[in-house]
Design a protein around this ligand. Structure first.
Ligand code: ADP
Length: 256
């Protein structure tokens, strides 16, 4: 059999073998560029809040702590930056967990409504803070196969974004139904929307349309890349429709 393989590779046209090698080298070069970019991004994202935290601590140590008003203000900033760091690390852990463990232990068939009900309830306080109304409508027949916990994670990210990028007093719709025999979950908002030129890159890690707005709203820039990964694990189709100023609609369609 070995002889046969050698024979086969010998008769393979040299041009084609070389082309395949070139393609593989090109792909691994691209993967390396993406990896390096990711590490650089992560380092930057971690460093920014840390620099701010250590700066404010130093200023407090140098005497600013004596003024109670300044002290409160600085400690508040330190608390905000600390929770930003925490969220970022949590999101990075989720991403790495998804990439390393494709199959989670809780994989089963489950009712979409059961998970969505709890998820929306848990997000109600965040919505209330912004005076955003969450409107839910679930078909109780909608069932999917996979990890309920990952499904929940994906929905939290989409619904949190819908709230985050809504104006005060806006509405967010979360619906689950069955279309053409497939379970479909839709998260719709009437918030700031996304201009067409951003849609293509939206699901990339750390891609944000407006970085300062995302940061102010507590974003990490990883939410949608987590959504994309989880949708892929479910074999689900992920689609977004949006226009700047007119709100956004995210569709997740599951193969049944
Ligand atoms: P972030 O933590 O910044 O929200 P995401 O990965 O969740 O990161 O989203 C990437 C970017 O996509 C956001 O920074 C924002 O610009 C845009 N975006 C996501 N969801 C929405 C939405 N519902 N409405 C408007 N823009 C959105």
């Amino acid at each position: 059999a070995i002889g046969f393989h050698i024979y086969r590779s010998m008769i393979k046209p040299a041009g084609r073998a070389q082309e395949e090698l070139k393609k593989a080298a090109e792909e691994s070069r691209k993967a390396e560029v993406i990896r390096k970019e990711f590490v650089a991004n992560v380092s930057h994202e971690l460093k920014t809040p840390l620099t701010s935290i250590s700066g404010f601590i130093e200023t407090l140590q140098q005497g600013a702590a004596e003024d109670p008003e300044i002290r409160t203000k600085f400690i508040d900033i330190i608390a905000i930056e600390t929770s930003r760091l925490k969220r970022l690390i949590e999101d990075l852990l989720v991403l790495s967990d998804i990439e390393n463990r494709k199959e989670s232990a809780d994989t089963k068939e489950f009712c979409v409504r059961d998970v969505l009900e709890k998820t929306v309830e848990a997000l109600e306080p965040i919505a209330e803070d912004k005076d955003v109304r969450l409107i839910a409508d679930y078909d109780e027949e909608a069932r999917i196969y996979g990890s309920p916990d990952r499904f929940r994670q994906m929905m939290v990210n989409l619904i949190e974004n819908a709230i985050k990028y809504s104006e005060q007093g806006g509405r967010v719709w979360v619906t689950a139904g069955i279309t053409d025999g497939k379970t479909q979950v839709i998260v719709r908002d009437e918030g700031i929307g996304i201009a067409e030129e951003h849609l293509e890159r939206l699901f990339e890690r750390f891609y944000r349309v407006d970085k300062s707005r995302s940061t102010k709203a507590g974003g990490t820039g990883l939410g949608l890349s987590i959504v994309k990964h989880i949708a892929a694990l479910f074999g689900a189709d992920l689609k977004v429709e949006s226009k700047a100023g007119e709100g956004s609609v995210f569709y997740v369609t599951f193969e049944r």
